[in-house]
Design a protein. Structure first.
Length: 151
């Protein structure tokens, strides 16, 4: 077993000044998150932003804006709209959110329709029993017996 006391003392020194009062500027200077984030995927950054919000190192407004900027290009339209409401202290959201939401739902419907046949086949126990480890044989089986092919 290793003793974590030196590490805990270092963390305590980083987040507190010599008088023992919390020092967020000092903690911020040792924070590696801003240096790592440009190299990470947005799916990894989102939980890190939530973690940073719990740490109180950065202002909640700054983190809220960062979360909004991170997620705005995604299809998480309802969540992004709620972030916009928090940022601008408003109950109404711009029309762009409802237009994007309608577009996302239409795309979802289109994709569901396009994959209906394969999803039904995957629910069929007989088809699953005939699928093998060999992907080429699986494609040939699905093409010959069920009319499924790769686009």
């Amino acid at each position: 077993m290793t003793d974590h006391a030196p590490a805990e003392a270092m963390v305590d020194a980083v987040v507190h000044d010599t008088n023992g009062t919390p020092n967020s500027d000092l903690a911020k200077s040792y924070d590696i998150m801003p240096k790592m984030m440009p190299h990470l995927d947005r799916h990894l950054i989102f939980p890190l932003l939530e973690f940073m919000q719990q740490q109180d190192t950065f202002s909640s407004e700054e983190l809220l804006q960062s979360t909004y900027d991170l997620l705005k290009p995604t299809n998480m339209t309802d969540y992004v709209a709620s972030l916009w409401k928090q940022l601008y202290n408003s109950e109404d959201v711009p029309d762009e959110f409802s237009k994007k939401r309608d577009h996302v739902l239409q795309e979802l419907k289109t994709l569901e329709e396009a994959t209906t046949k394969i999803l039904e086949l995957l629910d069929d126990k007989d088809v699953i029993a005939n699928i093998r480890q060999d992907k080429v044989a699986n494609l040939q089986y699905l093409k010959d017996n069920h009319g499924v092919s790769i686009l």
